[in-house]
Design a protein around this ligand. Structure first.
Ligand code: GTP
Ligand code: MG
Length: 219
């Protein structure tokens, strides 16, 4: 549970969307920017799961991040500042893995997550309409093992179930329950999944994601 003070701070850092800005893109480990200790969170997930759309919604911006119907759109690690410079937190968008993902993107993600001292949390996104496939389960398990190995001191892991609007109403509750069970079974350290939709206003789950980011960045 967030305390009243923490909740207030969480609302404040996202309350000036105009201050959000793109800082840098990294296509290789050597181009990952030095950003002087501002806490960071990163998103991962299969190509097209909705990573860039989610970060736009969290930042309160329509198109600061570019999104596409075509999987494999984001090709670099992209760093975005929340709040006035030097920023209260930094959100990192990443290329997707899976069919359209490329091996070098996986290496870049691994390099970042293994070496970045500022990293506080990895959000792993799953499409609510599709559930976990084999590659999702492998990624989830490998991240969970890393959280266990560091006892959560390096970073924490949290799942986000996206595109909830694509699940028919009659199946919504059972699909989410099943997906949460599957996630918990593969990754016991994974924090309670947040269910989101950014298909149309009012969005679902965005304040919960903002609060989770704040909680992760304030520790
Ligand atoms: N129905 C629905 N569509 C969504 C939602 N979020 C994203 N999309 C759509 O899904 C497509 C992919 O969204 P992106 O945000 O570009 O996905 P991504 O995970 O960043 O994709 P890559 O960069 O290619 O890995 C776009 O057409 C979005 O409009 C959602 O909550 N509901
Ligand atoms: Mg993207």
């Amino acid at each position: 549970m967030l305390t009243a003070t923490k909740t207030k701070t969480a609302v404040n850092i996202f309350s000036h969307p105009q201050h959000a800005q793109f800082l840098a893109a990294a296509a290789s480990p050597s181009s990952i920017p030095k950003l002087h200790g501002v806490p960071e969170v990163i998103v991962t997930g299969r190509a097209n799961v909705g990573k860039s759309s989610l970060l736009n919604a969290v930042l309160g911006r329509r198109d600061l991040l570019r999104t596409s119907k075509k999987p494999g759109h984001t090709k670099t690690l992209n760093f975005y500042q929340v709040g006035k410079a030097p920023g209260k937190a930094i959100l990192v968008d990443a290329p997707g893995y899976g069919g359209r993902g490329r091996p070098e993107w996986g290496k870049l993600f691994d390099h970042y997550t293994e070496n970045r001292k500022e990293l506080r949390r990895i959000f792993i996104l799953f499409n609510g309409g599709h559930g976990l496939n084999e590659i999702d389960a492998m990624m989830l398990q490998s991240l969970d093992e890393r959280v266990q190995a560091s006892a959560g001191l390096q970073f924490t892991l949290q799942a986000i179930i996206t595109k909830a609007d694509t699940i028919p109403d009659r199946k919504l509750s059972s699909s989410i329950t099943q997906l949460k069970k599957d996630i918990a079974q593969v990754a016991p350290t994974c924090l309670d999944p947040i269910v989101t939709s950014t298909a149309k206003y009012p969005y679902t789950g965005i304040n919960a994601v903002r609060n989770a980011i704040m909680q992760a960045c304030q520790r």
